[in-house]
Design a protein around this ligand. Structure first.
Ligand SMILES: Cc1ncc(COP(=O)(O)O)c(C=O)c1O
Length: 483
């Protein structure tokens, strides 16, 4: 064969088309039949071992490869599409987004830059996001993998505000910059301080109140003490939807302090930002519209398929100054494909990046913002139902207030180990997938109700399943709970 004429395209497009149609049918069946299957299946050892093979020199028939997908991959994924998946803070995805992934794959656009429609769609999505949280027109932003990256990039913007170009040239050097966040801030915020070169200790963890919200008085006091000791406060992070309990910091009060102290105010609203679309919840996030930057994900409460994180920066010029770099091979041009600056590669760390914006644009276009807001309200109503069931039960108790969609509770009298075993049993039996977290130094069962498919009977069934396991004579292999 003349190797110069080989490409990766098939010699028989009809065969590829037929297989592609089969894949599409199978995946639509997969979504339509989610309720019929277990939430999660443990991957057997032989399947795990199958993914430790050496590099294949030759290819196989695509039909065989797809059969292996059906046999060894599809059954063993996380399970977050399932209505009874309530672990961590995972979105359920949606069929429109799934189809958009196919379209994006077919376009294979590199959205790092250049003058093409992928960049225009991303700018549209960023503008919609700014409108959602109440930031002004002209707000900058960029799509990223998730809120971990968006929080990191926000820290870099705050650093730019504090140190300007000198900070980019010389690094943090001897500047004693310190930031503030609640004690229950997500791990990625201290991680961002670490990665940005400030060090973990440069993030002051402010104590929380009984509702797991940052104590505003303690924040003021920490800033005062730091200034007295010669530190320079440069960043305060307000959490809008805490990962453990869904707590929302008093963003208005934080905005006031940040303005008075000339400190960058960043909101980590990884999932909470979507509550801005829910009329009954929007008030809880009052003050987010005053943030200098907001990090959030479309892949959580907005149900877009992974991954789809977003950073918003009020001062678009500052975002460009934080990340922009001039190089000959990416030089701006007045016309042609190299026009259309600023490019996303100058608004964040990634140069090559896929067409994430398409699945977000298609999801919002197809369902509308009101439907997404209604899902947020529904999942919070389901959480309130779970709280009621826990309160009504003699055997369960709440571990923390549940202001949004996350409910942390315990089985009375159970040890941490017993509770962890109970959750693992529910997962391994494929019945439900709650997760666990530590509240006040003790383990709690954590139901994060994010999935648009979850319905009231799923919540009732979760409580029934737990009670069936823990009641005397129930299926639990552990010592029975007292009381
Ligand atoms: C409050 C909060 N911040 C940040 C993150 C990190 O987001 P991601 O997983 O998209 O990186 C999460 C994840 O759940 C979160 O709940």
């Amino acid at each position: 064969m003349d190797k110069s004429s080989t490409s990766l395209d098939p010699s028989d497009w009809a065969e590829m088309r037929a297989l592609g149609h089969r894949m599409m049918d199978d995946m639509i069946d997969h979504l339509a039949g989610l309720r019929d299957g277990p939430v999660w299946r443990q991957m057997p050892e032989d399947v795990r071992a199958g993914f430790q093979a050496s590099l294949p020199a030759g290819g196989r028939d695509l039909r065989a490869v797809y059969e292996e997908f059906g046999r060894s991959i599809q059954p063993y994924v996380t399970g977050n599409l399932h209505p009874r998946f309530m672990g961590w803070v995972h979105g359920g995805g949606n069929p429109v987004s799934m189809l958009a992934e196919l379209l994006a794959g077919a376009m294979n656009a590199n959205c790092g830059g250049r003058d093409h429609v992928g960049i225009a769609v991303e700018r549209q999505v960023v503008a919609w996001a700014a409108e959602m949280v109440g930031l002004p027109a002209g707000t900058g932003g960029v799509l990223l993998t998730g809120s971990s990256m968006a929080n990191f990039c926000a820290v870099l913007c705050a650093k730019y505000q504090a140190l300007g170009d000198a900070g980019r040239r010389e690094g943090v050097q001897g500047h004693r910059l310190v930031g503030y966040a609640s004690a229950s801030v997500h791990r990625c915020v201290p991680g961002a301080m670490d990665m940005a070169g400030f060090g973990l200790e440069a993030l002051r963890r402010i104590p929380v109140d009984a509702d797991y919200r940052m104590r505003i008085g303690a924040l003021k006091e920490a800033i005062r003490r730091d200034r007295e000791a010669g530190f320079t406060p440069f960043l305060v992070v307000g959490t809008a939807g805490g990962v453990d309990t869904g707590a929302v910091d008093d963003l208005s009060a934080i905005a006031e302090i940040a303005a008075a102290e000339t400190i960058w105010f960043h909101a980590d609203a990884a999932f909470g930002a979507l509550a801005c679309l829910a009329p009954r919840l929007r008030g809880m996030l009052a003050g987010i519209e005053r943030a200098d930057s907001v990090a959030f994900d479309f892949h959580k409460w907005a149900q877009v398929t992974y991954d789809a994180g977003c950073l918003l920066v009020r001062d678009a010029d500052l975002q460009l100054a934080t990340f922009g770099q001039a190089t000959g091979y990416l030089a701006a041009a007045a016309r042609g494909l190299a026009g259309g600056q600023p490019w996303p590669c100058d608004l964040g760390p990634d140069l090559s990046r896929g067409f994430r914006a398409l699945k977000i644009w298609m999801t919002i276009s197809a369902y509308g913002a009101d439907a997404l807001g209604a899902i947020v309200e529904k999942t919070c109503a389901l959480a309130a139902h779970l709280v009621r069931l826990v309160d009504e039960s003699d055997q369960l108790e709440l571990a923390a207030p549940a202001p949004l969609n996350i409910v942390c509770f315990r089985v009375k009298g159970f040890s941490d180990e017993q509770m962890a075993a109970l959750v693992a049993d529910l997962q391994e039996e494929g019945l439900f997938a709650p997760s666990t977290t530590m509240i006040g130094g003790r383990l709690a069962i954590r139901a994060a109700i994010v999935n648009h498919r979850t319905a009231l009977p799923d919540i009732t069934a979760l409580v029934d399943a737990i009670l069936a396991k823990v009641r005397p004579g129930g299926s639990a292999p552990w010592p029975q709970a007292k009381g």
